[in-house]
Design a protein around this ligand. Structure first.
Ligand code: 13P
Ligand code: SF4
Length: 403
């Protein structure tokens, strides 16, 4: 009997939500109650927080920070909305924030304004007596959701039974993945990478193995492979919905990189047409994109790098320079605001925030901070010890090698 594997036909809820907030105007924080009207499925909060105006939330957060002092440190990813990032003690890309979590020992509570996998990583890297809090538990990552732990474990078993041990294939996971996938990498000689160190770490993996299974972003994996000189015909896309990822054993043996079939719905919106339009508008514009963009966009861009790289590049650019940026809109808008002497704009004229990063509305931040004031820990992210132990091996390899 032949087994038929069916692809799920549903549009992920995060992608529906993303279009709910797409606009050609400036994004402005409203009360949580008003934002809920877009039909989103965010974590429920006590009713009081639904009605608070942005000004009332501001006052509440300022009072809570004053009362809690150094007991709390707030970390913020670059994609957080302005009404949240302004409270971050430290901002950064996934790599910088993971380094901070590994070094920060002064505060008992780490409130992570970012998404779930980032808070998980912070929990794994902080001391056992530190507590990591994610203000809205629904703040996941649609790309990370494309690699379900069980699917990755099954695929890994299938793949290694065809290819063999660590000299034949190593797992490399992007930070945007579950703690359990990081643990799989830890126990199989693999590593975690971020967009700021993927080239160095893929190189590290190739010094140890013939092939890499790269999870979950096919675009980052492909762009990085090309940068290392690996031709496209030596890469295959692994579909978790088909036996052996949709390939014959022979095709897999001929591959150097096996790319998990995942993508970021924010970064795959950017196109070569948008780059051409930006260049027509401003012939001297520099195109700066994130490596989660598709290969054709990355190849047409002038500069490619992580969110921290993008921010640094614009900050250090000469006055009068022009930048068309292919990354999440909250970061692009902030860079435009903080660099009034430069022209900074988003490649995509229709503004779509990352739907999951956007779920951290400031009312959630106030809720968890007021909880701490009342001696209550709300939304703790805690990874079980055995998973955390193995995931830490893969994360520490990254921190040691990437420096
Ligand atoms: P950075 O590590 O560049 O911040 O990227 C994280 C991310 O999720 C980009 O979509
Ligand atoms: Fe995930 Fe894309 Fe949002 Fe980054 S921008 S957190 S990869 S959905």
């Amino acid at each position: 009997m032949t087994t038929v594997f069916k692809r799920p036909a549903v549009v992920p809820i995060t992608e529906l939500e993303q279009s709910a907030f797409c606009t050609t105007e400036t994004l402005r924080t409203k009360t949580l109650e008003e934002e809920f009207r877009a039909g989103v499925r965010w974590q429920k909060v006590p009713i009081r927080y639904l009605k608070l105006s942005p000004e009332e939330i501001d006052e509440g957060i300022a009072a809570a920070r004053e009362a809690l002092q150094k007991q709390v440190v707030v970390l913020g990813h670059h994609y957080q909305r302005p009404d949240v990032i302004k409270y971050a003690d430290f901002r950064g890309d996934s790599y910088k924030l993971s380094q901070m979590a590994a070094r920060e020992r002064d505060s008992k509570f780490i409130v992570f304004c970012g998404v779930h996998f980032m808070a998980e990583t912070a929990d794994i890297l902080t001391a056992p007596d530190q507590v990591v809090i994610l203000p809205n538990l629904a703040a996941g990552c649609s790309m990370a959701d494309m690699a379900q732990t069980e699917d990755v474990e099954e695929s890994w078993n299938e793949l290694s039974s065809v290819l063999g041990g660590p000299e034949e294939v190593l797992p490399v996971t992007y930070m945007n993945s579950t703690a359990a996938i990081k643990a799989l990498c830890g126990r199989n000689g693999g590593i975690v990478c971020t967009s700021s160190n993927a080239t160095k770490l893929m190189d590290w993996a190739f010094e140890r193995s013939q092939r890499i299974l790269f999870i979950p972003d096919q675009h980052l994996g492909r762009n990085t492979g090309l940068k290392l000189g690996i031709p496209l015909e030596d890469m295959v896309v692994w579909s978790p919905f088909e036996p052996l990822g949709g390939h014959t054993p022979d095709r897999l043996r001929r591959a150097r990189i096996i790319l998990w079939e995942g993508h970021c719905s924010v970064h795959t919106r950017f196109s070569v047409k948008q780059i051409e339009e930006a260049r027509t508008r401003y012939p001297d514009v520099s195109i700066l994109v994130h490596p989660e963009c598709t290969m054709d966009v990355v190849q047409q861009a002038d500069h490619v790098g992580s969110t921290e790289y993008i921010a640094k590049m614009v900050r250090e650019a000469p006055a009068g320079s022009k930048w068309a940026i292919g990354t999440e809109i909250n970061l692009v808008n902030r860079l435009a605001e903080e660099n009034p002497d430069k022209t900074v704009f988003c490649l995509d004229p229709i503004v779509c925030p990352c739907a999951t990063m956007y779920r951290v509305h400031p009312a959630y931040l106030l809720w968890v901070l007021e909880g701490l004031m009342a001696g209550l820990v709300i939304n703790r992210i805690k990874i079980e010890d055995d998973v955390a132990g193995e995931a830490r091996i893969a994360l520490n390899r990254m921190l040691e090698i990437a420096g």
